[in-house]
Design a protein around this ligand. Structure first.
Ligand code: 0JX
Ligand code: SF4
Length: 342
């Protein structure tokens, strides 16, 4: 979008882009942007970004060695690409990491089997798992140790659920919906507990938990809710202002669970909502004649992407930007000690 707007004369020179330019011309006009706050990076993502920064700095000072990262460090294409350009090597599994090398684990956590493999291979592990994900792992071990069947509410195939499932694979069942909860069978309905992925929709998770409680009255839960403060705050911020927007854009990658959930929250509130990787992904038909445009960003989407979207929208006409703050976040996590220079 920015590129086209910044190409004077391109209409005459390149007729093929005429329909595109016409589509953008049709949505030019004055707008209000209402920024939902909190938005963008959470404490866990800030920590993981600092961690990989530290490792790359050390590598540069030493002038040798590679920094490996298992899986996407966070589910954001721009963050991953930025680190790749600085020399980080992203791998899917540890068998792609040479013996003895340094490897960072992503914010989403890993199963004990992955830790064991790293130890066996003599890898220098820098575990950037968010402490709030680590909390869920600890709960899984505690519930499993006392003989419970653990019902893990989460999405199949997501790295966080894979890691938590790995704590007690024989004792854990994945529950993805209230419908799934209603028909679940377990060996001993008197010894059951639940845990949740940290980046689920707050309202849906409440529904699934209620369905589990109806089916298993003895159900026990974690000491405090597992859906984390950042996920909760970003969804609440979107929900609270959704009624004042004509359309909502949430910046985030398609594999970012918390970002996708923010879009769903807005849609459930009856507002057209779209997930956008960045400014270039915005489509004119999404904006249309919308006068008040909501803007937010998932916990793994850097704030610079928000600024770029605002700048792109300013290319369509005069824009006023207002913040709507529903919570103030003060959480921060120190980088893992293993990330410090040795
Ligand atoms: O897909 P998720 O929302 O779990 O991860 P993402 O987008 O990387 O967000 C930050 C990391 C969250 C871990 O809980
Ligand atoms: Fe941690 Fe929550 Fe951020 Fe995930 S979304 S990294 S659990 S703070």
């Amino acid at each position: 979008m920015v590129a086209l707007a910044a190409m004077p004369g391109c209409r005459a020179a390149v007729p093929v882009v005429e329909p595109v330019l016409d589509a953008w011309a049709a949505v030019c006009g004055a707008r209000r942007i209402l920024l939902a706050s909190p938005r963008s990076l959470c404490a866990g993502v800030e920590r993981v970004i600092r961690t990989v920064d530290m490792l790359l700095d050390q590598r540069n000072r030493a002038g040798n060695g590679l920094v490996y990262v298992r899986k996407q460090i966070v589910h954001n294409a721009h963050v991953v690409k930025g680190f790749e350009q600085r020399g980080a090597v992203f791998v899917e599994e540890l068998d792609q990491v040479p013996d003895g090398a340094a490897v960072a684990f992503s914010a989403h956590g890993v199963s004990p089997a992955v830790r064991a493999e790293a130890a066996r291979r003599g890898l220098r592990v820098v575990d950037a798992t968010c402490p709030l994900v680590t909390k869920v792992h600890s709960e899984a071990r505690r519930f499993a140790a006392r003989g419970d069947t653990i019902m893990l509410i989460g999405h199949a195939g997501h790295e966080e659920t894979e890691g938590i499932l790995g704590e007690a694979p024989d004792r854990t069942v994945l529950v993805e919906s209230a419908a799934g909860a209603a028909v679940l069978e377990v060996a001993d309905p008197g010894r059951v507990s639940y845990l949740t992925q940290t980046t689920l929709a707050v309202d849906e998770t409440t529904e699934v938990t209620a369905a589990l409680r109806r089916r298993f009255p003895a159900l026990e839960g974690p000491g405090s809710e597992d859906v984390c403060y950042a996920t909760t705050n970003r969804q609440h911020a979107v929900a609270r202002v959704a009624g004042r927007w004509d359309v909502v854009l949430v910046i985030g990658s398609t594999n970012s669970s918390n970002s996708v959930r923010m879009v769903e929250v807005a849609r459930r509130a009856g507002i057209p909502a779209h997930l956008v990787e960045d400014a270039a992904a915005i489509r004119p038909d999404w904006i249309g004649k919308a006068v008040t445009l909501g803007l937010s960003a998932g916990a793994s989407a850097p704030p610079v992407l928000v600024n770029e979207v605002i700048a792109a929208l300013q290319g369509l006409g005069p824009v006023t930007v207002t913040e709507h703050t529903t919570a103030v976040e003060t959480v921060s996590f120190a980088p893992p000690v293993t990330a410090r220079p040795r």
